[in-house]
Design a protein around this ligand. Structure first.
Ligand SMILES: [Fe+2]
Ligand SMILES: [Fe+2]
Length: 322
């Protein structure tokens, strides 16, 4: 399998699970193509062709043309220069590693992470929040994320991959979308009497169990073991990064009772408690691993020779039924 084939398939899977829906995404592609026609000079040079077919700003090939073989791959949640050196070392010891599949974005995929954040509007609309309100609350948060990323040394990992000749691709919101849908189906659609039962159900997911027995179980951060869950939503799994604290009050008003999340800052937790929203925090690395596994299960159907080398927090766990 070639890197291009791999990535195109990943994008398609991400779109199929995306809260924005296929139609809205196609509309966005059309708009970008129209916009490109009117550009010239430096504006045309700065136009990103990727935006005409890939709706995930935070997912792209950060090293390679796409023509490279991509069948025996190293997979990690974070792959930076140390992991790339490790790959180089393993290759020198005879291990075949065609390239790297990375979850957390690097390079331009990180620079363009804010582009994905507006999808939170559609994600929260699925929980009943009015799009105008969510959009208004989200705008300052996107600006803040953009300003903070902008000053980072973004190109260093891509350059290391180039020097070590490791083709590399980031799949961030693509696999986070897969986790979002998985959590919806597996957990949120079920009836639970109390929060403790949700924690038990989470422990049945192999990735959460794997991390739980290593000290990182899912745990209740707002509410108690015997609290009633109300409506359960997986609203902190996709969308680039977490939204503003104001989302908690808005979700409480929209009737959300329990939120499943991967991380909670103090301010958000305070807001959640104030508005009686229960929150269960699952292991971040386990959730990211789950998403990468769901993607690889699909890829394996296309490429039965797929070989995975586990790195940086990732462990391969296969699901037979997709
Ligand atoms: Fe993630
Ligand atoms: Fe993550």
């Amino acid at each position: 399998m070639k890197l291009n084939q791999f990535f195109r398939k990943a994008v398609d899977l991400g779109i199929a699970a995306d809260p924005r829906g296929k139609e809205q995404i196609q509309k966005q592609f059309k708009k970008e193509k129209e916009r490109r026609k009117k550009l010239e000079g430096i504006d045309l040079e700065l136009f990103d062709e990727e935006r005409t077919w890939n709706p995930f700003g935070d997912s792209r090939i950060i090293n390679g043309t796409g023509d490279e073989e991509f069948t025996s791959i190293a997979v990690g949640i974070d792959i930076e220069t140390p992991e790339l050196l490790l790959i180089d070392h393993l290759r020198k010891n005879g291990q075949r590693i065609d390239g790297a599949l990375i979850h957390h974005p690097e390079g331009r995929a990180l620079a363009d992470l804010p582009l994905i954040m507006p999808m939170l509007v559609e994600m929260l609309a699925e929980s009943g929040l009015p799009v105008n309100q969510t959009e208004g609350m989200l705008r300052p948060r996107i600006d803040r994320v953009r300003r903070s990323i902008h000053s980072d040394n973004l190109l260093r990992v891509g350059r290391a991959a180039e020097l070590l000749q490791v083709p590399a691709v980031c799949c961030h919101t693509i696999t986070d979308n897969l986790v979002y849908r998985y959590m919806e189906k597996k957990i949120c659609s079920q009836k639970f009497d109390e929060l403790g039962d949700i924690v038990k159900a989470l422990l049945e997911v192999p990735e959460y169990k794997y991390y739980a027995v290593r000290g990182m179980p899912p745990f209740i951060v707002s509410g108690g073991k015997s609290s009633r869950p109300g409506r359960i939503r997986p609203n902190e799994f996709t969308g680039g990064t977490n939204g503003p604290e104001e989302f908690f009050e808005a979700q409480a008003r929209a009737g959300v009772g329990t939120i499943l999340t991967m991380h909670m800052n103090d301010k958000s937790l305070e807001e959640a408690k104030k508005h009686h929203i229960n929150v269960i925090q699952v292991c971040h690395m386990a959730a990211d691993t789950l998403g990468m596994n769901l993607l690889l299960d699909h890829i394996e159907k296309m490429e039965p020779k797929l070989k995975v080398f586990e790195l940086s927090g990732f462990v391969r766990m296969k699901r037979r039924k997709l």
